[in-house]
Design a protein around this ligand. Sequence first.
Ligand code: CMP
Length: 136
Amino acid sequence: MSEVEQTLSIIKPDAVERNLVEQIKEIFIRNNLIIKNTKKIILSKDEAAEFYKVHQSKPFYDRLCSYLSSGPIVVMILEGKSAILENRRIMGATDPKNAEPNTIRKLYGLSIDKNSVHGSDSVDNAKKEINFFFKN
Ligand code: CMP
């Protein structure tokens, strides 16, 4: 039996700017992920750098942090069976060019940077990322 998990999802500035929030939320709901908590926020560049610090050694880190802090984002806790893997399947590959048909990134992603959504990649990171945005 697969376990009920929680994962963190971000709708990135490119998708918020194009009014895609409701369409993207509907895709999660249709795929049996429950939106437990959601808020629209703008991160400072320092906050984005903290959030993405696992990528700090990567050549694209600075660009990534500038981009995530460039406009409003919608952050959500998604809950469901195998939510972490399910969300990653629903999002599709990081680069929209390589994403499967009907995944969020294939439908809406513009580039590897403007790829519309982020999702946690492991149980540990899901806990850290949920706590980053939704501290009790
Ligand atoms: P995300 O799932 O939010 O995690 C890190 C982000 O870095 C990734 O989506 C991409 O938007 C961005 N990125 C930019 N260049 C690359 C790259 N070469 N490999 C992986 N991620 C990249």
